[in-house]
Ligand binder design. Structure first.
Ligand SMILES: [Zn+2]
Length: 458
């Protein structure tokens, strides 16, 4: 066991290439995130971090990694290596019309710090952002990703020290970047924004990573003909993405008797998709049509990739107060109330404090967000849904249109909303949610709202 561990350590150390950066290359101070809520709430500036960078480039890049290794010796490694426990299991990227997203998934929460480096002419390296992940190692099979979308050139990952993984983004041209964690599974999200020089339609190959799951792809392709025929119809909406929340290992909120949000919203989502196709003749892509897990960061990426005109995320609400009931619809903005922030925390699968962190960075990410159109879509859907439900069920409560920092809506380039169709934590509403009739009524109400929104476009 001991010898195997030693061998492993040797392997890691032998994979480390250190690249000294030219003096003064540091541009931005490191922002460091810890996993404890106290640390997460604030941004701690760590000013004195050596500007070194692992340069584990692929052999196709003219052996740069080799030359990079000539600068520093392995003596930088701690004398007694601390063996890491977290594993970087995946790195992915998505290219959207004016921003790119990279996610780094780990098998547990970790501490990380990030830093930006200016272009280094002396060693011919572009502007870079790097993230150091403490107490981690790279799982076999996790590789560098060529991006080349006009904003980012490449995302690289390497074992910087025996207990530190470094992720480097080679920048082509960006205006800003935001880095923050999401939970379950723990991942570090890097969103970069800028003005893309390359047309997104020419990026098909580089956005293969965002290919929807097979069942999503099938639905999207299967509806292609309808999409074409819908083009002749009035209105500007040709394709709608329906996003049933949660799925797979993420049950969402769980109500009395074990009723799960992920099952209910999938049923409502499927009913809504069917109605949109058959009653409006508009193409629908579902982010999921089975019980699978789709990370939040991928859902809007799917909508952007299929050029959707509207994005409707369906959820069921929950509250510690079991008597709380009603319908509310959200669009992306800073939360105006504690209640809205709490709903966002639950839907983002994160703590209230982490929602505070997301709020502080959200403004920049929302630069191209269609806030007015989203607010209007939210108004129309909320009104129609409440009217429809109230006609059939006495006591239906309209909680109104609200705003919140829902990560699933971040990066959407089309009007997008999140509908909380009822409270699954309320015994009466949980019972309703479980019935086919109520699900059907809810789907009809959302459909009517979408229809009214489209009518208003003329
Ligand atoms: Zn939800």
């Amino acid at each position: 066991m001991v010898s195997r561990t030693c061998l492993f350590a040797l392997l890691i150390v032998s994979c480390c290439f250190f690249l000294p950066c030219s003096p003064g290359a540091e541009e931005t101070a490191v922002t460091k995130y810890g996993v404890s809520p106290g640390t997460m709430a604030g941004r701690t500036l760590v000013s004195k971090v050596r500007a070194k960078e692992v340069d584990r480039r692929s052999s196709s890049q003219k052996g740069e990694g080799k030359s990079a290794g000539s600068g520093r010796t392995l003596g930088e490694a701690p004398a007694v290596p601390v063996f890491p426990s977290a594993l970087v299991t995946e790195m992915r990227s998505w290219s959207n019309p004016d921003y790119s997203r990279v996610s780094v998934t780990l098998d547990r929460e970790v501490k990380f710090a990030y830093h930006k480096l200016r272009r280094d002419h002396t060693v011919n390296l572009p502007e870079r952002v790097y993230i150091d992940i403490s107490g981690a190692r790279v799982a076999p099979g996790v590789k560098d990703i060529p991006i080349g979308d006009g904003l980012l050139k490449m995302a690289r990952v390497g074992q910087f020290r025996p207990d530190v993984v470094r992720v480097v983004l080679d920048i082509e041209s960006i205006k800003e970047y935001k880095i923050f964690p999401l939970s379950d599974p723990f991942r570090i999200i890097i969103d970069v924004r800028g003005e893309r020089r390359t047309e997104i339609s020419r990026l098909e190959e580089s956005i293969q990573a965002s290919e929807p799951e097979p069942d999503i792809r099938k639905e999207a392709v299967g509806e292609e003909d309808k999409a074409v025929s819908a083009k002749g119809k009035p209105g500007k909406v040709r394709r709608i993405v329906v996003d049933p929340g949660h799925g797979g290992h993420d049950p969402g909120a769980v109500g009395p008797g074990g009723i799960r949000e992920k099952d209910i919203v999938l049923e409502i989502g499927k009913k809504l998709a069917r109605k949109i196709r058959h009653e409006m003749g508009i193409d629908v892509v579902m982010t999921r049509s089975t019980d699978i897990f789709i990370p939040l960061e991928e859902r809007t990426a799917i909508a952007n990739k299929v050029n959707a005109d509207l994005f409707v995320s369906i959820h069921a609400n929950a509250s510690l107060n079991k008597s709380t009931a009603g319908i509310e619809t959200y669009y992306l903005n800073l939360a105006k109330t504690d209640k809205a922030a709490r709903v966002a925390a639950r839907e983002n699968n994160t703590s209230l404090e982490k929602v505070g962190l997301l709020q502080s960075i959200l403004f920049d990410l929302m630069a191209n967000y269609k806030i007015n159109d989203s607010a209007r879509l939210a108004d129309d859907v909320q009104k129609s849904l409440c009217d429809r439900v109230a006609k059939k069920y006495a006591g239906a409560r309209n909680l109104g249109v609200k705003q919140g920092p829902f990560y699933v809506l971040v990066g959407a380039t089309m009007p997008s909303i999140l509908v909380e169709v009822a409270f699954i934590s309320n015994e009466h509403e949980a019972e309703l949610l479980g019935s086919q009739e109520y699900q059907e009524t809810t789907a009809s109400g959302i459909l009517m709202g979408i229809r009214n929104y489209i009518k208003g476009l003329h």
